[in-house]
Structure formats: C-alpha cells, structure tokens
Design a protein around this ligand. Structure first.
Ligand SMILES: NC(=O)c1ccc[n+]([C@@H]2O[C@H](COP(=O)([O-])OP(=O)(O)OC[C@H]3O[C@@H](n4cnc5c(N)ncnc54)[C@H](O)[C@@H]3O)[C@@H](O)[C@H]2O)c1
Length: 350
C-alpha cells in the first residue's frame, strides 16, 4: 500500500482553502501536487499560499499528471459534473463537493461513470459523518443498540446565514437556482439528509413532501437577486417503513432550537451531547438517559474531516463515506422535495 496519495484540487475558492487544504496540509498521507481554477491567478495564489508545486493552466494538464491519484472537485454546484466526469475518465478517484449534482440526471451520469471507470467517487456531504457523535450514533444504530431506527428528525436553524448576503458576501452563485440548484435545502440540508439516511441504514426513499419559504430577513441588496429558499421543511418515508423530518434554514427568527433526534424501537438518541434514551428500569414511564459522549456535536478532533477520511479510505483500499450511490439517493430526495414544494403535492419516488 502506498503511504501517500497524490491529490489535485479543482476550484480554489473558499472551501478549497478552509476545508480541504487546511486539513490536507496537516495530513501526512496527503500530497497535494496540483491545482486548477478557471481563474488562473486564483490558482497561482492558492498554490503559492499552500506550497503546491503545480498551478495548472487547464484541467487536462492536471489529469495527465501521473502524480495525481485523486481529484477534489471544489467548484460551485453548476461546475461539479464536467471535471468529475473527466477526472474519472482519466482514471482518478474523485471527492466531489456537495451538493453532488444539480439534478438526479447529473448524479446518475457521474455515478455510472465511476462504476465504468472502477474508481471511487465520494461526496463531501460525508463531512457530518466524521463528527465523533455521528460516528458513535452510527455504531449504536448498526449494532442493534437502538432496535429498528424508524424515524429521524433534524432541525437546524440559522438566524441570518444566507450565503451571498449575510455571510460569504462576495460569492453570489448561492442565491441563483440555476447555478446552485436551490437554497438552504440543497446547500446545507444535504448534510442532514445524508446522515439521516445513513443512520437508518440507507433505505430507498418512497415519498417526499416539502414546503419552502423565501424572504426571511431583508431582501438581497440590488443588483443581487435571490430566487432560492431560505427555509425548507421536508418529510419523507422510506421503503422499509421509516420516516424523517428535516427543518433547515439559512434565515429564521429562532434560536436555541436545533435538534437531531434518532428514534429506535429499543432506544433513542439526542445529540449535543450524545445521549442514549430508553424507558427507566424501575419506572418505564420515565426516561433513563445516559450520556454517551461528552463532546460538542461537531467535534472530530480525533479523526479529521471528509478530505482526510477520503485520503485514508483510498489508501486503505476501502470505500470512502458517502459514495456516489448514497449521494444519488439524497439528490433524488432533494429534487423530489423541490417538485413537491412547487406543486403542493407529495412526490412518489418508488
Ligand atoms: N463556502 C462554504 O462555506 C462551503 C461549505 C461547504 C461546501 N461548499 C461547497 O463547495 C463548493 C465550492 O464552494 P465555494 O464556497 O468554495 O465557492 P467559491 O465560489 O468560493 O469557489 C469556487 C471556485 O471554483 C472556481 N471555478 C468555477 N468553475 C470552475 C471550473 N469549471 N473549473 C475550475 N474552477 C472553477 C471559481 O473560479 C472559484 O475559484 C460548492 O459546491 C459549495 O456548495 C462551500
């Protein structure tokens, strides 16, 4: 087994810096050897900042590079598919930023391309799986400690956190449905749907009902335009009789109400801190609560983030978290949710 993975980064903006290079520059098994961005100056600046040998002038130059084993695609959503397909065709493993795709057709094309190439294609919505509490919750869900996990609820409320308006003020594609695919649901709900389905054993989703709302907070300042939602509520059912409810906002007038709850037939879980809940032995009408992990919800200091997990998985010859097939299912749910919000009807997926 090689002890280092040669990595290239495509798209050298906010997340390439703050998620990928921040983690990989500290990771002994990662060797970032090349970068490319449509804005050449940006790639050069990035390469200089992080001491990366090659700032390529085009994508082909990256993909021909024999030192590149894997590619991280960290472009905006409208530009995920093209570099992902080309990298797979060139025989590279790919970690694609979230949301995987603008629609299920794109997601299917990329999933099939990975199968055809025999290479790993993973998606950054796996990032939440890296949290210590989420990894422990998944162990408890998988080893039978919860019984049948029949329902998961996630409620995540930002007060004012609209990208392009309240945060990341210079990056405007987040507000444009054609380039981003949607608003809070596809942008950050994607992480929640990923772990909700993961904890349920990745069942197929059967029915999706959704409503969305835009216009919470001051409108985007002219000339900016926003045509994507600030708030979304999704309910889904699964083929094996499970259900989920997701409330996800970029902008709301609620605080202190975030929750992630896992309902099993034997026991349940509440997060932050991770707490195992079941009927009390002496009095089953009262809950018995046991703190399982006393770390903040998003702690992964023992493990690293999605980029580190991807590098380690490829080097170890195992499948990275959130493989394309899981991300394809999440893409189908999100697409169905937007259709439901548009039509006011539940959408049947299977
Ligand atoms: N910003 C965040 O907080 C954040 C967090 C998690 C995930 N993400 C995801 O990461 C991805 C990138 O987001 P970002 O915030 O870094 O965006 P960004 O706009 O800051 O950076 C994207 C970079 O990609 C480049 N680019 C665009 N099209 C390209 C192409 N075809 N080939 C090569 N380079 C291209 C742009 O020039 C830019 O430098 C998105 O999918 C986003 O959802 C962002």
């Amino acid at each position: 087994m090689p002890d280092k993975l040669g990595v290239a980064i495509i798209g050298t903006g906010t997340i390439a810096n703050s998620r990928h290079m921040r983690a990989l520059s500290q990771h002994p098994a990662a060797n970032v050897v090349a970068v490319y961005d449509v804005l050449g100056d940006r790639a050069q600046e990035f390469a200089t900042k992080w001491n990366i040998p090659v700032a390529a002038s085009d994508l082909g130059q990256v993909l021909e590079n024999k030192d590149v084993d894997a590619v991280i695609v960290s472009t905006p959503p409208f530009a995920h598919m093209e570099p992902t397909l080309k990298a797979l065709e060139a025989g590279k493993h790919v970690l694609c930023e979230k949301p995987f795709a603008l629609d299920p057709q794109e997601a299917e094309r990329m999933t099939k391309a990975a199968e055809k190439a025999g290479k790993h294609l993973a998606v950054c919505s796996a990032d939440t799986r890296c949290d210590a509490s989420m990894r422990r919750a998944h162990e408890l869900a998988s080893n039978g400690s919860l019984g049948d996990v029949y329902h998961v609820r996630s409620s995540q409320f930002r007060v004012r956190g609209r990208p392009g308006i309240d945060i990341l003020k210079d990056v405007h594609w987040f507000l444009d449905s054609k380039r981003a695919g949607g608003g809070s649901l596809i942008d950050i709900g994607v992480y929640q749907l990923d772990v909700m389905l993961w904890l349920m054993g990745n069942p197929k989703v059967k029915t999706v009902l959704c409503t969305t709302k835009m216009g919470i907070g001051d409108p985007a300042p002219a000339p900016l335009k926003q045509d994507v939602e600030d708030h979304a509520v999704v309910m889904f059912t699964t083929e094996n009789g499970g259900s989920g409810i997701l409330e996800i906002t970029w902008s709301s007038n609620i605080a202190g109400a975030n929750a992630f709850l896992v309902f099993g037939t034997k026991a349940g879980l509440r997060f932050n801190p991770l707490t195992y809940i079941k009927p009390g032995e002496l009095n089953p009408r009262r809950a018995s609560e046991e703190k399982v992990l006393d770390v903040p919800e998003n702690d992964r200091s023992d493990f690293g983030n999605v980029s580190v997990q991807f590098v380690d998985a490829i080097l170890a010859g195992r499948e990275p978290w959130t493989p394309a097939r899981d991300a394809l299912e999440v893409t189908r749910v999100i697409h169905a949710a937007y259709e439901s919000a548009r039509t006011g009807q539940a959408v049947q997926l299977s």
